[in-house]
Design a protein around this ligand. Structure first.
Ligand code: NAP
Length: 300
């Protein structure tokens, strides 16, 4: 069974009027990580690689660096120009793979067109994978072996566990089958959640029918106006992963205000799933540092 980390945070501290505020939960998780790091006497190191001048990527990387530094992690950022070659990007990864002060490596996506992103992601040592995108870690998840789990689905599973609802035997419907959200999400619900899981995608013919049967609905399509809100099941738990910028506002795949009355719980956008992703990036780096320490003491 895949172990989902437990932070034991009281629901009063992050849930308000059916709204699952990942933003509040993430702050409390980061505080716990700071305490755990001190208790375990480790200094996890997070290294982020930014290639090019994409403004959104710059903001994401600096917020990850800030979040890591705030909880006492060693945190570094390396910037390369947009013209960087595959070899130059790979050289940074190889250097960090050998650097014992680094436990988590993240490559901010998207990379410039001349770079083969998958080759770069797979060059990261699986033991230093912070995002859970390495094929070895994806395979470990499928095989129910411990490894790094993709941050967004892990963050959602942490929310569900902290919420404390019974998931065993429930019907979970995941809308989206990407390698970084939909598929690992479905796997976590299947194994750790003990759910019956249905995955829908752009070729699914009966999506609305599946939505109407979902006790737990995860929307990770990145497309709005697909789900008929009237079909959402009474009393269900709804998680909206989608992120859309519309007239300067961030919205999800769904409009949570329209469905809040019929569901048990729902994640708002913004303030729901998004902030949990960074918290899990830190957790993964912490976990890698801890596994390294355990391995060293075992070998000593
Ligand atoms: P993705 O790689 O584009 O995958 C989207 C999935 O949705 C695909 O499996 C696609 O099906 C499916 N889909 C698209 N249109 C559909 C339709 N009309 N009906 C049913 N399924 C449909 O996207 P992703 O990386 O998984 O991300 C999904 C969304 O989550 C995006 O909005 C992204 O911005 C957001 N996101 C948020 C966070 C966060 O931290 N909050 C993190 C990651 C992603 P096919 O496979 O058939 O094409």
């Amino acid at each position: 069974m895949i172990e989902i980390p437990r932070f034991n945070i009281s629901s009063e501290e992050w849930i308000e009027d059916k709204l699952l505020y990942g933003k509040k939960l993430a702050v409390l998780i980061r505080e716990k990580l700071k305490i755990w790091t001190n208790e375990k006497n480790i200094k996890p190191g997070l290294a982020a690689l930014l290639v090019g001048e994409d403004e959104a990527s710059k903001i994401y990387v600096s917020s990850k660096e800030k979040a890591a530094s705030e909880i006492g992690f060693h945190s570094i950022v390396k910037k390369l120009p947009a013209s960087a070659s595959q070899e130059e990007v790979a050289a940074v990864i190889h250097e960090w793979n050998l650097d014992s002060s680094i436990d988590g490596i993240l490559v901010q996506l998207p990379l410039p067109k001349q770079i083969n992103s998958q080759n770069i992601l797979q060059a990261i040592s699986p033991e230093k994978d912070a995002d859970g995108f390495h094929f070895v870690n994806m395979g470990r998840l499928m095989a129910k072996e411990k490894g790094t789990i993709a941050c967004t689905p892990l963050g959602i599973m942490v929310m569900i566990k902290e919420l404390g609802i019974e998931t065993e035997g429930k019907h979970a419907v995941v809308l989206g089958r990407s390698n970084i959200v939909g598929k690992p999400m479905a796997q976590l619900l299947l194994d750790s959640g003990q759910c019956t899981v249905t995955i829908c995608h752009s070729k699914s013919k009966n999506l609305q029918e599946m939505v109407s049967k979902a006790d737990i609905l995860i929307s990770a399509m990145g497309v709005r106006d697909i789900v008929d809100h009237s079909k959402i099941k009474e009393g269900s738990v709804v998680v909206d992963v989608g992120m859309h910028r519309i007239e300067g506002k961030v919205k999800g795949d769904l409009d949570y205000k329209e469905i809040i009355n019929k569901v048990s719980f729902i994640t708002p956008v913004p303030g729901g799933v998004g902030p949990m992703t960074i918290a899990m990036l830190l957790y993964n780096t912490y976990q890698n540092a801890l596994w390294k320490k355990e391995k060293e003491s075992y070998l000593a």
